[in-house]
Ligand binder design. Sequence first.
Ligand code: EPU
Length: 344
Amino acid sequence: MLKILTDIKLSSFNTFKTGGNARFFCNVETESELIEAVSFAKENNLKFYVIGNGSNILIGEDDFLGLVIKLSIKGIEIESRDKDITILSSCAGENFDDLITFSIDNNLFGIENLWNIPGTVGASVVQNIGAYGVEIKDFIFSVEGIDINNFKKFNLKKENCDFEYRESVFKKNKNLIITKVFLKLNNSFFSNIEYISLKEYFSKQAVQIGKGELKVGDIIKAVEEIRRNKLPDWRVLGTAGSFFKNPIITEEKYTELLLKYPDLPKYNAKIGFVKIPLGFVIDKMCGLKNFRLGQVGLYEKQSLIIVNYGGAKFSEINSFANIIEEKVFEKIKIKIEREVENIF
Ligand code: EPU
């Protein structure tokens, strides 16, 4: 029987550490508990939100008069194995690092570059997480869940999930709640160190690690170190990682910006477009490195990250983000988009 708690402080359930109380709150560990929770909300005409580890959301400071459902369904299994590929399933409430650890323990590879991203497997798919040259979509086979409009189960093949940079059908349609993810992993390890910061890390280590001798453990160690040096520890400081998306702009716009900022880096995007690092734009082009207002500021080592230095409320962080949006627009006439979702 599902336990529904009342008046729960939400600041303990998100890495930005903001939010008032939730009038109702429950932790769901099975699909039937999820259905029970949603039914409770519908029967009582309550708004509801499903959260994972709360690592990519910004919660409002007013009390939320509805139901917050923390999705904690656990379980990882090997479904089928052929010569080169293995299909593995992970329930949505697993921690992403636990999924990587399970994969490596079972000699399954591909997602190791995504090490140390705080969050659940379900949320990682909603968001199509990406880091160091890998996006989770590259390894998705299908996604299972419940459509809470009619309580019917769905199983969407990867092609139908509309994955794009930090986007998916699940981000647009909040009625589709993910319960299980099927991943297609490699039985052999191939290192993927094309991303600039990994390339640089390994070129410095060249003496210790000969060519072709990289092991999966080396990637884990490298990503851990790079992240430690660049990102704040969410256990210590309030943060949700990159607050904005890196803008995707036309090649013409990029050429125009290069005239004034010849060092502006670019990453590949769809034909005719490039992706530019907003951290560089905010830091070097807008001159906002270390910009801070009260208890909210840009992280000293990465200007794409907003930090709650202690006690900042939703409204302060939200207005701070608005200011960054305005300053970037003033400077380069680009409307930036948020990666972090406002809730309530
Ligand atoms: N840069 C600056 N100043 C800064 C920050 C960055 O000049 O303050 C420059 C860097 O020197 C580099 C470039 O901007 O030339 C890109 O920086 P970085 O490699 O740190 O990556 P990013 O584009 O800021 C993205 C993801 C991260 C992911 C890293 C590593 C987005 C919005 N962010 O960051 O994802 O970990 O690449 O792959 O795409 C997240 O989504 O929460 C997240 C942390």
